[in-house]
Each structure stands twice: as structure tokens, then as C-alpha cells.
Design a protein around this ligand. Structure first.
Ligand SMILES: [Zn+2]
Length: 331
């Protein structure tokens, strides 16, 4: 079952943001550096992709709608537009390093192949280390003729002030609960109420949950076994397809919330017992942190297998700490 979202449709909650950007683009008033900021799952990538498409289209419709058919659009859709320069962390790394940014700079200063200016796209700008950010600064300060740099970040705090101050900040709007629910119901009718409740604040993450109900049930059973000490965490991690790592991370976050919401033993989770002691709470917090961290790594090229293993071991650890607390309480 594959129902890829057409990213070039404006998401309902991004219409005003896109209209502003499109107007700037149509009037040739787009600044050289644009920084799209917003939490995970609100659609930053979709907005960035649309802006990239608008910049590369050679026959835009109306204000700045990419036509989808010109040479620029065709090359972009095929994934090899010569004027589009991407900077992403290298495979297996979560950090965007200085070497990648230096290469990005070099390509940005090459002559535009199709005469419309280079478009630089940094999908996880907040993963740059200090040296990389420094290297990028030079291109932002004196950008090549006609170039546009699009930076995307989940958090402003992770970027140096020097980078922030040289970009137009574009906060990516968060959907209102009603808008998000309507959109989720239309695109993911299989989501149950619990899942809808979780995804409404981050609707774009639902695409990673688009897996058969059966797979999700299998993941839940697997995590429950690990939690209860009946399953080996590494064997459990090995049973998850690496390609499903993002979807699994989102789903394990959902399960953790389910567990915390019903500590009395609902939804098939074992009873957590009366009041958790300090170690029990600390174990749950640590599990929550690690699940949260995995979600933020979603877009990076982090080692997925390792991420799955660490997650499963944290589930096992939290389960073990809380079970031993229950035994102490019983004696
Ligand atoms: Zn076009």
C-alpha cells in the first residue's frame, strides 16, 4: 500500500507561508538566505521542496507555481538538476561536517548551468558542527550571483547567531488541531484515535507510520516482550527491517505514550504498579529521551541499525528497572 503524498501540493496549514514566499519569488525579492524553522513533522521538508521547485521552474504558472513540465522541473523531478546543490550529513553520520559544506560552497560558486542561478538546499542545517557553520558563513555573506540558499532547521538554538542573522527567518506554521485531524483522516484513514491524537501536532510524521496494521501489531508485541524481559533486545532489533526504522521510531514513541497514559495496565501493557520510585521514573525518562532523540534523527543518515538496537535496549532496561522495583515493593 503506497500513497506517497504529493509534496508539491501546499499543505492546508502552510498556505499563508507559501503565498508570502511565492510573492517574493515572483517579484524577485527573495533574499539569498532563507531559514525555514519548525518542530519535527510540521512539513518543513514539503515547504522547502516547493520553494526549490519554484526557484528551478523555468515556466512558472501564476505567481510562482512550478509547472511540473518544463526542462527545469523535469530535471528536478528526475533528481539531477545541475543547479541544485544539496548538503546533507554523509552516510552513517548525524553531523553535517565541514568537508561536505566546503564541497557545497565550491559547487555553489560554479556557473549556473541553466542560467537561473544556483539553489543550495541544506535540509538539516541544525546538524552542522561549528566548523561547518563557519564555512557556510562565507557563502551566506557573499553569495554567488543569483544564488539562493535554503536552510531547514528544527531548532534555532542549534544554529550560530551569525548564520541566523544572515537569513530571512520563516517560521513554518503548525497546523491547528482541526486542520491537522481533517488532513490526517483524509490521507491516513487507517489511523486509530490514539494515533490521530499523537500525529495531530506533527502530521507529516504519519507518513512514516503508514505501515500495515499487522506490522504495527508485531512491533508492539515485540516491544512488550522486550519490556517484560521475555525477548532479547538485540534479537528484537534485528527483526525490524532497517527500511522501517523511521516508522518504527515514530511508533515506539506512540507506544511509550500509551504506556505512560495507562500505567494501570491498559492496551495490553503490564501494570506499572503504584507510585514509581525515583529509579523507575528515571528509567522511564531516560527511555523517553532516547525515543525522542531517535525521532529527531529521522532525517539524518544516522546508523539505523544501531539506532534500533539502542532503542530496544532502552526498552529492556526500563522494563527491568521497573519490574525489580515491583518485586522490592512486594517483599
Ligand atoms: Zn517548470
Amino acid at each position: 500500500m503506497s500513497r506517497a503524498i504529493e509534496h508539491l501540493q501546499t499543505l492546508p496549514w502552510q498556505q499563508n507561508t507559501w503565498a508570502t514566499l511565492a510573492r517574493q519569488l515572483a517579484n524577485d525579492r527573495l533574499p539569498n538566505g532563507i531559514l525555514l524553522v519548525g518542530p519535527a513533522g510540521v512539513g518543513k521538508a514539503a515547504l522547502a521542496e516547493r520553494l526549490v521547485a519554484g526557484l528551478l521552474c523555468e515556466q512558472p504558472v501564476g505567481a510562482a507555481e512550478p509547472c511540473g513540465a518544463c526542462n527545469g522541473c523535469t530535471l528536478r523531478k528526475a533528481g539531477h538538476h545541475p543547479d541544485l546543490v544539496l548538503a546533507e550529513p554523509e552516510a552513517g553520520k548525524a553531523i553535517l561536517g565541514v568537508d561536505v559544506v566546503r564541497e557545497f560552497n565550491r559547487k555553489m560558486f560554479l556557473t549556473s548551468s541553466r542560467g537561473h542561478g544556483r539553489v543550495g538546499w541544506i535540509p538539516a542545517a541544525d546538524s552542522m558542527n561549528a566548523a561547518a557553520a563557519n564555512a557556510l558563513l562565507k557563502t551566506l555573506e557573499e553569495p554567488p550571483q543569483g544564488a539562493t540558499l535554503i536552510l531547514v532547521a528544527a531548532s534555532l538554538a542549534a544554529l550560530p547567531a551569525t548564520i541566523r542573522s544572515r537569513c530571512q527567518l520563516v517560521p513554518v506554521a503548525i497546523a491547528t488541531p482541526d486542520t491537522a485531524l481533517a488532513w490526517l483522516r483524509e490521507h491516513y484513514p487507517e489511523l486509530d484515535d490514539a494515533a490521530l491524537g499523537w500525529y495531530q501536532a506533527r502530521p507529516m510524521l504519519a507518513s512514516s507510520a503508514e505501515v500495515e496494521q499487522g506490522a504495527r501489531q508485531g512491533w508492539k508485541t515485540g516491544l512488550q516482550a522486550i519490556w517484560a524481559g521475555r525477548g532479547d533486545p538485540l534479537a528484537g532489533a534485528a527483526a525490524i527491517d532497517e527500511a522501517d526504522a523511521d516508522a518504527w521510531a515514530a511508533y515506539s514513541h506512540h507506544l511509550l505514550r500509551e504506556l505512560l497514559r495507562e500505567p494501570g495496565g491498559g492496551n495490553g501493557w503490564p501494570e506499572l504498579g503504584a507510585a514509581l520510585n525515583r529509579q523507575g521514573r528515571a528509567a522511564l525518562n531516560r527511555l523517553a529521551d532516547s525515543v525522542q532523540a531517535a525521532l529527531h534523527l529521522k532525517r539524518s543518515q544516522a546508523n539505523r541499525r544501531l539506532l534500533l538496537e539502542v532503542q530496544c535496549m532502552e526498552w529492556a532496561r526500563a522494563g527491568r528497572v521497573i519490574r525489580s522495583q515491583g518485586q522490592q515493593g512486594a517483599t
